[in-house]
Design a protein around this ligand. Structure first.
Ligand code: NDP
Ligand code: MG
Length: 398
């Protein structure tokens, strides 16, 4: 494979660091596979500068403008450019590359993804929240520019690998580990702390994604992500609990065939696939040993303890406005939970109440066709989620 220029937005996070591990190993073992152009982060100037120097990036961009002087000091004496702010990240994402890895957490990643697509850069997309809010926009812009969108989320990478040309597809299944509370009672879940919720049994991820995995909101977002990415209606999307996280996704065809993708639960495999596609890049992950593993288990989602999938089905059936509300209410509720302002079970409850307000007519009429409209609905949804939380606190004296 000829050397491929890549940029990583969200370089200092869990996905960003794994991607740089993939790059380091590929460059050391398979010739100069990747060249880093732009790296971006939120506020971790030290981590970003160290990465930019180690990979000889052209430019390092930090979202938090107060960190620019630190970033500049750390990069002094190199020829790496330093910049700050949301617009600078969007501009960096538009620098010509063969692939931009979208690994910022939350809807905050949408703007740079759209900027990369409009510049004609293929996008390897980990940032599921941006698909849940901006799926329609991302895919229509990508089609218009002839840009490829390569899924990084493991379930979607699996489906992408199983789908073939997509003909004769009956349905898609994504698997869920069930998270840390798979066997916990509702009472145990009610008392769960952010630390317990973030302790995922199989995957190592950023805090927000880990808490989403505990509520199964991660799977709810992935259900919607699969719908948008593969253009499949909700009735043809299934979620199944598979505690070992070995099968990541499956495509079912009209002749009864089911094609599944298997692999150790390590994001380096789907990251490597999305960066290397259509080639495969040698990657250091545990190799599967099915005989040692012995068995693979499956069960249905318990929707009483985990209402998130039901909410996703409901929102996805309504369309991208409702999925945006679901995502932004969840981001707001997860922040409140981490800050100690609400309990674990309140997260799904806040999302459900915010969605109910949306369905009952509030905020209708805002489309999600442009970045500005999505940003407006994002703001309203977070405000409404905060209002739901405040009313709960007044009611419960919390
Ligand atoms: P992390 O929290 O570990 O990392 C988030 C990254 O985004 C960091 O580099 C952070 O910078 C940066 N960031 C945060 N806010 C902003 C902002 N406003 N502008 C620019 N950069 C910002 O998250 P993960 O790596 O776990 O997840 C990243 C995305 O990938 C999420 O959308 C997640 O859902 C998705 N994903 C993650 C998986 C995983 O295994 N981790 C699996 C599949 C999908 P800083 O370090 O400075 O805060
Ligand atoms: Mg996933």
């Amino acid at each position: 494979m000829a050397t491929r220029r890549i940029s990583i937005m969200g370089a200092t996070g869990s996905i960003g660091k794994s991607a740089l591990d993939v790059v380091r190993h590929a460059n050391a073992n398979a010739g100069q596979t990747f060249q880093i152009v732009a790296l971006a982060a939120g506020s971790d100037a030290e981590g970003l500068a160290a990465q930019a120097i180690a990979f000889n990036a052209e430019i390092a961009v930090i979202s938090d403008e107060s960190q620019l002087p630190t970033l500049k000091t750390l990069l002094a004496g190199t020829d790496i450019e330093a910049a700050a702010g949301e617009t600078a990240i969007a501009e960096a994402a538009a620098r010509p590359v063969e692939r931009m890895l979208a690994a910022i957490v939350g809807a905050a990643g949408l703007k740079s993804t759209i900027s990369a697509i409009r510049a004609g850069n293929d996008v390897a997309i980990a940032n599921k929240e941006s698909i849940v809010c901006g799926g329609k926009l991302i895919l229509s812009e990508a089609r218009r520019r002839g840009v490829s969108i390569l899924p990084v989320d493991s379930e979607h990478s699996a489906i992408f690998q199983c789908l073939g040309d997509g003909r004769s597809l009956e349905k898609l299944t994504i698997t869920a580990s069930g998270g840390p509370f798979l066997t916990s009672s509702l009472d145990q879940m009610r008392m769960a702390s952010p630390k317990q919720a973030a302790a995922h049994p199989n995957w190592s991820m950023g805090v927000k994604n880990s808490i989403d995995s505990a509520t199964l909101m991660n799977k709810a977002l992935e259900f919607i992500e699969a719908g948008f990415l593969f253009d499949v209606e909700g009735e043809r999307l299934d979620v199944i609990v598979h505690p070992q996280s070995i099968i990541h996704g499956m495509a079912h065809f009209t002749d009864g065939s089911v094609i599944a993708q298997l692999g150790a639960p390590d994001m380096k495999t789907p990251i490597s696939y999305a960066l290397g596609w259509p080639d495969r890049v040698p990657t250091v992950v545990d190799r599967l040993d099915l005989a040692t593993l012995g068995r693979l288990d499956f069960e249905n989602v318990d929707e009483t303890r985990f209402p998130a999938i039901r909410l996703a089905r409901q929102a996805y059936a309504h369309g991208v406005q409702a999925t945006t509300v679901l995502n932004c209410a969840n981001e707001s509720a997860v922040s409140a939970f981490i800050a100690g302002h609400c309990g674990f079970l309140d997260i799904s409850w806040i999302v459900e109440e915010t969605l109910n307000r949306y369905f009952s007519g509030n905020m209708h009429g805002i489309a999600c066709d442009t970045l500005e409209e999505i940003a407006l609905l994002d703001r309203f949804s977070r405000e409404m989620a905060r209002d739901v939380l405040e009313k709960t606190q007044r009611r419960t004296g919390g």
